[in-house]
Write a protein that binds this ligand. Sequence first.
Ligand code: ATR
Length: 286
Amino acid sequence: MGSEVKVLTIEGSTRIVGIIGDPVDHSISPRMHNAAFAELGLDFAYVPFPTSASQLRAAMRSISALGLAGFNVTVPFKTSCMRYLDKLSDAAKTIGAVNTVYREKDKLVGDNTDASGFHQALLANGVRPRGKRVLVIGAGGSARAVLYALTRSGASDIVIANRTLSKARKLAREFGGEKARLQTADLDILDDFDFLESRQLVVNCTSVGLGGGSFLDYAAESTAEDCVHFDLAYGEEATPFLRLAADASRPVIDGRHMLLHQGAAAFKIFTGRRAPVEVMAKAIGL
Ligand code: ATR
């Protein structure tokens, strides 16, 4: 006997949440959240809101006007949306990006669940960041969320490698401190046997090779045998970074795991209910 398929119905009472971005037609967040609403029988629906940069201000204003319960923000508005918000969480402020917005009385509050999503994705895959020696590749917006999570969860030795070294140095200054030792390097370190041997977790925060090319000159086989490789990106097939890791028989985690757990945290914010993570995972093919 097959399992019962739960269907979402929209009524006059249905509370609307959604995602603002450009583009959003590729987003699998609606599928993930709507599966969760149906599973718990919640009177919510999650819809995509394709928004152009020139309409961002109007779109943000319409949230309260239309009575939306909350929404996610994706590329390219995670930073530019912040000026329209009344309040920001510590994570949103420190990372400098918002991916989840909700209403608190008449105020719009911005939060960032990418960092906690990354942390939860590690834990769910049996990786405890405390004391870990980590290599973070990239120094853009997504690296900031990863560094926020790693420095607060006790990773003790973090090296940021980036094509533009000055950007890596800026992040090391911002996120480093007494508790977390942050060092920087250029991309030559991706081929440095002695260094790679010491890594227990490597996180790719670049989009290199996603358009169909290859990844950087990276010697995955030089890392410790149980060194976990996490790519924030994901696609129909394994990303070029994770292909290198898999070819070297290293454990891998792809970006859908972070998507899942940032979504579960947003779901809790929107509904006040604990997210049915397994149903959400299934909805996005995990
Ligand atoms: P995101 O928000 O996804 O982090 P981003 O802020 O544009 O995106 O950052 C992209 C990251 O990928 C940066 O670290 C960038 O390196 P630079 O800081 O030197 O620009 C890195 N990146 C992008 N294309 C790259 C390439 N072809 N080779 C090496 N690094 C690249």
